[in-house]
Design a protein around this ligand. Structure first.
Ligand SMILES: Nc1nc2c(ncn2[C@@H]2O[C@H](COP(=O)(O)OP(=O)(O)OP(=O)(O)O)[C@@H](O)[C@H]2O)c(=O)[nH]1
Ligand SMILES: [Mg+2]
Length: 360
């Protein structure tokens, strides 16, 4: 397993731990944190020259393969760090992009990732002499499209145009499917939330499908829709499993995935799936709210689903969570506990909001 040093901000253990999970998803083991003070960041190397000296010494000593920054670095900063430190240098957007690139399976997903990739790496791609040398298979090696490209700005912008065009065609098809769904009078209930909260596990329970689930971040990339019953006497509703949210999701990725994400805004109800065993729950909820706003889905009726209730949380902790975030249904998607109550509450909410729509 390759070894990583993670560079993060003092006092931000939650996001550092998350970076560790992101790296683990890529098969890197975190061997040491390296804490810095962001009040002193510099334009040329991000960290101060003193910190850089320290890092230059530590990286080879610990035999680190990677130095991963829990920040977004400019191309110049990355290139300068690369010159000084004998290890692969990565920042958070590139790590997330790398995971997305590994997860994309549909044609649309692949195009969306390539678009984000080209935008993020544009400065270095058009400047091949100063190119950051080989990093991971995708990010630092040959990216999609890069093989075929003359690395010049004109070729790149042509490639970007052509990808956008392809994406528009796929989007049109998807819009048609979606319109048919909207006309079918079936309710659409979307499962949204932070990555790894248990959305796919819950989706599988509700729809009897078998979406892959794993203790990895961004396991689900492309949305999936499945039928499920709220009561045996009623019509099915459509449940949608969606890509998880995360803090500092690269803007280029949100842009590329916007059309997929915006489908969430056409739901009749959102189930906000929360991992109640995660100590960063409250910060995660804030990210969920911000992301929903960004994809224009913050006006929708929603219900809080406190998942992983089988894991230990004291009653006091539960009371604290509810007083900070609000009332919700406590479930375990893993054991199935609380799912009957959840179905009942979903039904009630749909009735309450849409009693005019007569399919339930
Ligand atoms: N203990 C416990 N673990 C759960 C529960 N629900 C999900 N998990 C575990 O949490 C991990 C993530 O579950 P997923 O369903 O893949 O989560 P997700 O929200 O779809 O994650 P991404 O698609 O990666 O964003 C898996 O290891 C699940 O087995 C639960 O109720 N209890
Ligand atoms: Mg999932």
């Amino acid at each position: 397993m390759k070894k990583a040093i993670i560079v993060g901000e003092k006092g931000h253990s939650d996001t550092l731990h998350e970076l560790e999970l992101l790296l683990a998803t890529l098969g890197f083991e975190t061997i040491a944190p390296f804490l810095i003070n962001t009040k002193t960041i510099t334009r040329s190397t991000f960290i101060t020259s003193g910190k850089l000296e320290e890092l230059k010494g530590i990286a080879p000593l610990l035999e680190a393969d990677v130095v991963a920054f829990d920040f977004s670095l400019s191309y110049t900063q990355l290139a300068n760090l690369k010159k000084e430190i004998p290890a692969m240098i990565l920042d958070r957007p590139r790590i997330i992009l790398e995971i997305f690139s590994k997860r994309a399976t549909t044609r649309e997903g692949k195009i969306q990732v390539e678009l984000a990739y080209l935008k993020i790496r544009l400065p270095e791609l058009v400047n091949p002499k100063a190119k950051l040398d080989q990093q991971m298979g995708y990010i630092g090696g040959k990216g999609p499209g890069e093989k075929k490209l003359e690395l010049n700005r004109r070729a790149l912008s042509l490639r970007i145009q052509s990808l956008k065009k392809k994406l528009r065609t796929i989007e049109k098809n998807r819009a048609q499917k979606r319109d048919r769904r909207m006309q079918s009078d079936q309710f659409i209930v979307s499962l949204v939330g932070y990555t790894n909260a248990g959305k796919s596990t819950l989706f599988n329970q509700l729809t009897k499908q078998s979406m892959p689930t794993d203790n990895l971040l961004f396991h689900t990339l492309e949305p999936k829709i499945g039928k499920g019953f709220l009561s045996s006497a009623l019509h099915p509703v459509l449940f949608a499993d969606t890509v998880g949210f995360i803090r500092k999701l690269p803007h280029e990725l949100i842009e590329s995935f916007k059309s997929t994400l915006e489908e969430i805004s056409l739901s009749d109800l959102l189930l906000i799936v929360l991992d109640c065993s995660d100590s960063a729950l409250i910060a995660q909820y804030k990210v969920i709210q911000d992301t929903l706003k960004e994809i224009h889905a913050d006006h929708l009726p929603f219900m809080l689903v406190y998942n992983k209730a089988d894991l230990p949380t004291t009653e006091l902790k539960r009371a604290e969570i509810v007083s900070s975030l609000g009332d919700g249904v406590w479930i375990s998607a893993k054991t199935g506990d609380g799912l009957e109550e959840l179905r009942k509450r979903v039904l009630d909410q749909l009735f309450q909001h849409y009693s005019a729509k007569d399919s339930v």
